[in-house]
Design a protein around this ligand. Structure first.
Ligand SMILES: [Fe+2]
Length: 246
């Protein structure tokens, strides 16, 4: 079922419920990055997400060597703890984990090492870059990921200044089938007016393939509720998004 038909079917349900069943970007494993810091905080957020209509949450702690030294081992350990806590709390959400890789030389080395990367869905690999300047390895990384059978997912493209300023790069990334994952909360202007406008442009271009909450704390849930009421949220939901296929 497409998101559009789902929306139509759900016209009678409360306006606060999102038509998105699966979230693909959040930081809900406690105390391993700049996201939630306790199991209680994570449970409170997941309870809110459940009431918003989410059924599955693929949480994506940062992997940023030197800043957040996470690995599949400690991420899966944290996932297991959270799954037990969710079950105990009676929250009806399926929790899975991948990671948000930071694109720098260490990510190139990791790809070159042939170690299996943390993925979700159909070999999707979520990555982010610095906000101001284009990393020199951007094209190399997306090319290498594709060569190894992965599907690169560009986290929150609306937030990067260098992408806002280069129509050429934007077209090139879209042409190369890099999947754009927009942060829904960007529609509120919470990052900046420029980011909001660029998010709206990406929606108008139909360049967005996935959406995420990028939830780090309860504040993001409040922003999510505000984003749902924006004009562009409806436009976003009319796009062919991959979320509910996951
Ligand atoms: Fe993130």
């Amino acid at each position: 079922m497409s998101i559009l038909s789902f929306l139509k079917k759900k016209d009678t349900s409360p306006a606060s419920v999102l038509p998105i069943k699966t979230d693909v970007h959040s930081h809900l494993i406690p105390a391993i990055d700049d996201g939630v810091q306790s199991i209680e905080e994570s449970l409170a957020i997941l309870k809110e997400m459940e009431s918003l209509g989410y059924e599955k949450v693929i949480t994506t702690p940062h992997t940023m060597p030197g800043t957040y030294d996470n690995s599949p081992e400690n991420i899966y350990q944290g996932l297991e703890k959270m799954r037990q806590a969710i079950q105990k709390a009676g929250i009806n959400i399926q929790l899975e984990a991948a990671t948000e890789y930071y694109l720098d030389e260490s990510f190139v080395e990791l790809i070159d090492s042939d170690a299996p990367l943390m993925t979700f869905g159909d070999k999707y690999v979520l990555f982010e870059t610095p906000f101001m300047n284009q990393p020199p390895q951007l094209k190399e990384v997306t090319f290498k990921l594709a060569m190894k059978g992965y599907k690169p997912v560009f986290a929150h493209p609306e937030r990067y200044l260098y992408l806002m300023q280069s129509e050429y790069l934007l077209e090139e990334l879209i042409d190369r089938k890099i999947l754009f994952q927009l942060n829904i909360v960007a529609l509120t202007g919470c990052y900046s007016k420029h980011v909001q406008k660029f998010a709206e442009k990406l929606i108008d271009m139909k360049a967005v393939k996935l959406v995420g909450t990028d939830c780090h704390n309860m504040g993001h849930i409040q922003l999510l509720k505000a984003a749902v009421k924006t004009k562009y949220f409806k436009k976003l939901m009319d796009l062919e998004l991959l979320n509910n296929s996951l």
